[in-house]
Design a protein around this ligand. Sequence first.
Ligand SMILES: Cc1cc2nc3c(=O)[nH]c(=O)nc-3n(C[C@H](O)[C@H](O)[C@H](O)COP(=O)(O)O)c2cc1C
Length: 195
Amino acid sequence: MKFQEIINKRHSIREFEKKKVPIPILKRLIKNATEAPSACNRQPWIFYCINNKKKRDEISKLLLGAFKRLWKETEVKNKKIQKIANNFYKDMGGAQNIIFVYRKKSRNEAPHVRPNDMLSIACAIENLMLCSVEKGLGTCWIGTFKGGKIEKELGRILKIKEEELIGSIVIGYPKKGYKPLIRRKKKLNEVLKFI
Ligand SMILES: Cc1cc2nc3c(=O)[nH]c(=O)nc-3n(C[C@H](O)[C@H](O)[C@H](O)COP(=O)(O)O)c2cc1C
């Protein structure tokens, strides 16, 4: 697949076949994620890849509970998006794998370290999402895991002590016949200024 094609084909996927991603593929994707640039080459990431049905179901339930609480406060009026979200959050769209990317903290960090580490991890996640397209896989970043009660609960399930959650990515084979929601992207002249 040409790189431009991969960029154009990547969309957030919210309906999956109930099929696990083979471990060698997950390893390849995460290896590619770790090839990303990182501030001072700190490589601050640690990937927790859920591949166990019991844990997966526990996490899916946790997510649904958080979604029900948070959705009330979210100002989404679009009925189509509401329907997609309801369907997706019911059971993580059927995805059997989810990857949590945590940040390794170090002692006495200067103020710039944390934001730079977060950006480095976002670079790694983008690598992972783009490489997934080439493998016929779909992904969706789930920001809902971040913050408050849900992040604490997730930490308890994963037995996390020190690290900080940055990104959560569901991954799987898109459901047969599934058509992703194609979001409008801003035009170049809205976001680019040559100086
Ligand atoms: C940091 C981040 C958090 C996101 N959180 C969610 C989420 O909680 N639920 C969801 O359905 N999509 C989530 N998304 C996916 C976005 O909704 C999606 O990327 C955006 O609508 C553009 O669509 P596209 O990915 O298909 O281009 C998130 C994306 C990012 C980068």
